[in-house]
Design a protein around this ligand. Structure first.
Ligand code: COI
Length: 326
């Protein structure tokens, strides 16, 4: 069996080699993201592995003619694949489910960095300014923390937070009974009203689109800390900027931002960025921005590659495929 993997980074090569051998598949590794220009690289492959590059009907159609039966995204989110078009063409779509600790640990780090004003402390330190002005923080354990979305990542965040002793409120369309001893499930209005810090762990869906907006921000506590390690579309960026400028939001940690797709994972040194909101946000001392790197650990990358390969194999062999999305 043959799989074409696109957007292969140098750090992934050894793992592709390892799992390719272990699973007995032939791999075609393409450094570039998929496009009509390199779609022919999937000729004769039954599976295609991708990351975040958008995949539309035209590309899917071309792959279909190459013999592709499944497109597996080495990511949890799969909103970049036109799933309806894939269904029409009879191509299966799959994601992967890598270790949730990766993003959960990064989230807890971001929470602590935000409440302890770490961006300012570190930038000042680099400039040999060791004064205490404006860097007094707060203890996480004294805060009421809201976790919006209690899937695998949100659940792990809740479990990690237990050690800090904070009061945890949670929201999810499907509350988990096993979390009820650690967190109190409430409605969103209660989260907005009662939390000092809110962290988002929802997929990019119509329901989560601009969940943080002018109206919901208005309902939040003054000085609320917002953490977004999920998807940029969860927050209306213009409303967030206004709330930060007005002091309604005290601090934010953002691993994702709206319209990040053309920017993240590329080197823009010495070039204009062309993303005005990012320029404003990243200049704020109380906004910690990272380039969608919460997922990036040895463990997660290994899972992403292994599960993407195994998912293609399972599908092509007609076996149960736990990663297929329906
Ligand atoms: C995902 O797996 O959905 C992520 O957010 C990480 C990916 C963009 C590499």
């Amino acid at each position: 069996m043959k799989i074409t993997a696109y957007s292969c980074r140098p750090d992934e090569l050894a793992m592709f080699e390892k799992f390719g051998k272990e699973c007995g598949v032939q791999l075609v590794l393409v450094p570039e993201g998929p496009s009509m220009e390199n779609a022919h690289m999937a000729e004769g492959s039954q599976g295609v592995s991708i990351i975040t590059t958008p995949v539309d009907e035209q590309l899917l159609g071309r792959w279909k003619r190459c013999g592709v039966q499944i497109v597996s995204s080495r990511t949890v989110g799969y909103e970049h694949v036109d799933k309806d078009a894939a269904d029409r063409l009879g191509i299966a779509v799959a994601n992967v489910s890598y270790t949730p600790n990766t993003v959960a640990e990064y989230t807890v780090m971001a929470m602590l960095m935000a409440v302890r004003r770490m961006k300012t402390i570190m930038t000042r330190f680099l400039g040999q300014d060791y004064s205490l002005l404006d860097i007094r923080g707060r203890e996480l354990g004294r805060m009421t923390v809201g976790v919006v979305g209690t899937g695998r990542i949100g659940e792990t965040v809740i479990r990690l937070l237990r050690g800090f002793g904070c009061r945890i409120l949670a929201y999810d369309l499907k509350p988990k009974t096993e979390l009820k001893e650690f967190a109190e499930y409430v409605d969103l209005d209660t989260i907005w009203r009662e939390c000092d810090l809110i962290t988002f762990h929802t997929p990019a869906t119509k329901k989560s689109y601009h969940m943080v907006n002018r109206d919901t921000l208005e309902k939040m506590r003054d000085g609320v800390v917002l953490i977004n390690m999920a998807r940029g579309t969860v927050m209306d960026t213009a409303a967030l900027i206004q709330a930060l400028e007005g002091g309604k939001v005290g601090a934010a940690a953002l691993d994702v931002v709206e319209n990040e797709g053309k920017i993240y994972y590329k080197d823009f040194k010495y070039q204009p960025l062309g993303h005005h909101d990012m320029a404003i946000l990243s200049a704020m001392p109380n906004v910690l921005m990272t380039p969608h790197t919460a997922f990036f650990t040895d463990e997660a990358v290994s899972d992403m590659i292994e599960y993407s390969i195994r998912s293609c194999i399972a599908h092509v062999n007609g076996e149960e495929n736990p990663w297929r999305v329906w």
